[in-house]
Write a protein of this length. Structure first.
Length: 102
């Protein structure tokens, strides 16, 4: 199982639009085969900073996400709204070891 934390800094005037674009991407992403979680988090102290928590059963499932129409639409829509380049940091899930417990 693989998790990626994607840190995104959005220009403040695009926060509302960014949140809506993420909602649309989230709703499709959680239906993907191999998706365990797809959470959109907003920083409590800096409302222009977001973290996307993406959990997949495998590296292949995570890669397949990047080939979906909804991901590409999100990527292209939000590209000009970034205050700085987004940063994805991959992690390996140690526990829980069984996705069914999620």
């Amino acid at each position: 199982m693989i998790v990626t934390f994607v840190h995104v800094w959005v220009i403040p005037e695009k926060r509302v639009e960014f949140i809506e674009a993420c909602r649309i991407n989230h709703e499709a992403s959680v239906k993907e085969p191999g998706n365990l979680r797809f959470d959109i988090l907003q920083d409590a102290e800096d409302p222009a900073k977001f973290t996307l928590y993406e959990a997949y059963v495998s590296e292949d499932a995570a890669r397949a996400h990047k080939e979906t129409e909804h991901y590409r639409a999100w990527r292209d829509t939000v590209a000009d709204w970034m205050a700085q380049p987004r940063k994805g940091i991959k992690h390996t899930i140690l526990y829980p070891q069984e996705p069914a417990k999620w």
